[in-house]
Design a protein around this ligand. Sequence first.
Ligand SMILES: [Zn+2]
Length: 612
Amino acid sequence: MQYLEGRKYVVQAIFLAVALVFAARLFYIQVMDGSYKLAADRNTLQRIVQVPYRGLIYDRKGQILVQNTPVYDLMVTPREVKKLDTLRFCELIQLSLEDLRAGLKAAKAFSRVKASPLVSNLSTPELAAIQDNLIDFPGFSVKAHMARSYNTKNLAHALGYVGAITPAFLEKPKFSKYNPGDFLGITGLESYYEKELMGRRGVQYRMVNVRGIEKGAFRGGEFDTLSVAGQDLHLSIDSDLQAYAEMLMQGKRGSVVALDPKTGEILAFVSAPMFEPATLSGKGMGNRYMDLLNNTERPLFNRPLMATYPPGSTFKLVNELVALQMGVVTPQTGFPCNWKLVRCTHRHEYPSNVGIAIKNSCNPYFYQVMRTAVMRGRSANRFEDARLGLGEWRRQVMKFGLGEKLGVDLSQEKKGLIPSPDFYDKRNGYHRWNFRTVYSLSIGQGEIGITGLQMANIMATIANRGWYYTPHFVKGIGAGGPLPQYRVRHTVGVDPIHFDEIIPGMQGVVDGRGGTGGNASLLDVGISVAGKTGTVQNPHGDDHATFAAFAPAEDPKIAVVVFIENAGFGGSSAAPLASLLMEKYIRGSVAPWRKRWETWLQGPGEKFVRHH
Ligand SMILES: [Zn+2]
């Protein structure tokens, strides 16, 4: 009898493998997850769970990125194991004796009478190699389920992965409908859109007699429910741009975020170092996960969402826009490049207007812009004046989506920090700090912390002259659009007219004579770029390089932010990397004479990444 049971599972699995290959989408896996004996008629009631097909994931051009493939778990029911020939078994399964013993021990600890997995995620060829011989080993059976397979080597940090539900998950009310052994999205989009992707399970109850022959539906099927297939996700990611960005970030640490400013759709999203999404699927994924977790380069760390940096010079633009809106400066306001206030980046012409100040990234200029915006004489007490002024300034700055989570469709996002008056009260004491304490904020340094995603969103907001849609990865669920929150337009409270001087200033950074972002110029291919270089001071080592930009300046189609850790000045590495991405997205390819920048960026990795 036990014998037959085992054989039945194997035969079912073979049938499944064949059927799945041909029937693809229409097929539902049937998993028997329990049987109940009915005392009255000696029949057994079988509960058959239909696991619906998990939704697929496509890129913005309709390319499939993530699909389903059948995999098999070798199950063991300890009580049914009889006179196991361990040597032959280990050879067949290609398992070490230690792993077999540990697996059997764990299975016994779980239950002697219930099946639990001994080896998980065997592929169809791996199953084919063992299934004929499995009949000789009572107590072992095969359980089929669907796993993810990948048509892309990229985007692992956003896609996330699917795995077996853990006991910790099962205790949460959100997962009350899941059973041990079920699969679900653990991280990334797979987790954020779990509800949409998984669909709804169906359950059928069947009567089976003692010989294992089906005797029809239980009570005419009145307790049966139908399964509903999961919905597909259509990402805004451009796979070609994504692959190109990952290639250019090879051997570096940092992040890249590219957005369509008009929609908030994320076009490319890189956290370097990268790994391939398939790393976290299939046989042995547990070990590979531990390798990533223990890697000192921290490849699992989702940098664009989780690493907060002081943004450096790029933040000067927000500072300026807030002051313009408050009416405390005009684009024609000049301030001296006074090195007694704060050191400037270099010696340059007198910043008699904001355009010249932006082009030269003049630190003392933006120090004075913020001081004018904060110290308004609201109180005769200059400590109280700084307190009130900083509070008001911070409220305006936060409208750019800073100091709070933007609400992207991934769960790991950090909110960053725009320090409040309370922050300094706690740190320095009430009325024990003034503008000299906080001036670093004016040039994007000091306590301020911003994520790569937030920085990209600032660029999208400037490109749009004052509004943005929350950045998101999924532009379509099933046949519908994105989640409703991604259709809400947010305004940052700065009138469009104030962008008229900022944007030409940013064009001067890239295309102007002696601008700091000249390496990002695309004038030779007819594209005007508005950008800002930044160098982020790093107390732990070499400075980080940043470049933030959008293009074409007059009708922006892409906004990009590049952070490269420990790469020094932003103009030399981050700027050309961003320009290659903008060129590729706008023109579809990179001009042959600009490929030298690819070579330059892919130069010896040691140049950018230092191992500590
Ligand atoms: Zn200066």
